[in-house]
Design a protein around this ligand. Sequence first.
Ligand code: S3P
Length: 422
Amino acid sequence: MNIEIHISHGISGEYNIPGDKSISHRALMIAAIADGVSTIEGCSSAADPLSTRLCLESLGVTFDSMASHYRVEGRGLRGLSGSRKPLKAGNSGTTIRLLSGVLAGQRFSSEIAGDVSLNNRPMLRIFEPLRLMGANIHGTKNNTAPILIDAVPDLHGIEYTMPVSSAQVKSAVLFAGAFAKGTTTVREKIQTRDHTERMLGLATAVEDGVWKTSIEGGMAIHAQHFLIPGDISAAAFLIVAGLIVPHSSIRILNVGLNPTRTELLHVLKGIGASIEIVNERVLAGERIGDLHVVTSDLQGDMMLQGETVAKVIDEIPILAIASLFSKGTFRIKNAEELRRKESDRIASMTANLRTIGVDVEEYPDGFGFEASGSLHGGAIESFDDHRIAMAFGVAGLMIPGITIQRAECADISFPGFWGFLH
Ligand code: S3P
């Protein structure tokens, strides 16, 4: 499906966004292995969390759902059953990596694989710690999916310092730790999103600048009522649309404001964005609020490097688009991880920015450009990457003649996105 984007002369009104994708995956998995009946309210209906749900169904979990409201019969820590067919993780890195953590500790064998994009993404990062715990887990010779996980009698706890900044790896190890003998401790130098810790009620401490979280094997996982806040990484596209399109004033409702996810707001405020948090409250252990965004005279350079990169990892494509309209330079460094996302996002961004007339420089670990006055339309290649498609969709509100090719990939995280833009 190709979508032609129309210039906008102003956006206004109130917007509801999908439930947070990261929290939705975790709620489905925790509910599946909990004792008793959990309910999940506001679960994302996007394709990625749906992959998690379908995998869990193949493992014997039943979900009753009405719209985004789920009732889940928890199977208990030892109650999942093996799937006769390989599990399908679709495009979802969170599904394959977190679920591998759960499956590594089971007394049955599993196979899990994804689509072409997911089957090219690195999995050694989960194999290494899971093997240290005693898991029998293998991928292809390139350490990619399909992943085979053989039954083992028991995993054992480990102390693990993360070599890459990754909430998916951290969560895979913590999930495996629930099935291991003894204590599993994960240390990370840069704190990545901490939803797993919060949702499992695990304590996190900072020691000498390093974040440390432990889980006790066999701990009781209680059924819960999960209330999923709106996804700030999805809101990011509407925020930037509201900032760059003249005469705009929008309110985005019930946005999750977990401090590990809000760095994008600071980055945008750094170039003069007017984003006000209103109606702020804490719901089910997560800070949420409404965001009031008005058209802003964006000014100045955006430089993303070091810790900041990990903190805005999913928002980099749309931050680059915001920067395009800020009359300054954009530069991102230390971002090799971007090459390992749903597409190689350094290559995808560079190619598409060139298509619309931006003089971009590509580095091994990032890219940079100076805002140019002479932007023009063109055919944007989504590379089947939802965040690339949506970022350039937003640019199309300001640049005439932008078409997004294979735009349906937006459904991975934001069903109905194209309706928001029209
Ligand atoms: C996620 C972690 C991040 C992020 C992804 C969701 C999660 O991936 O990019 O969209 O839910 O834990 P990494 O752990 O690979 O950084």
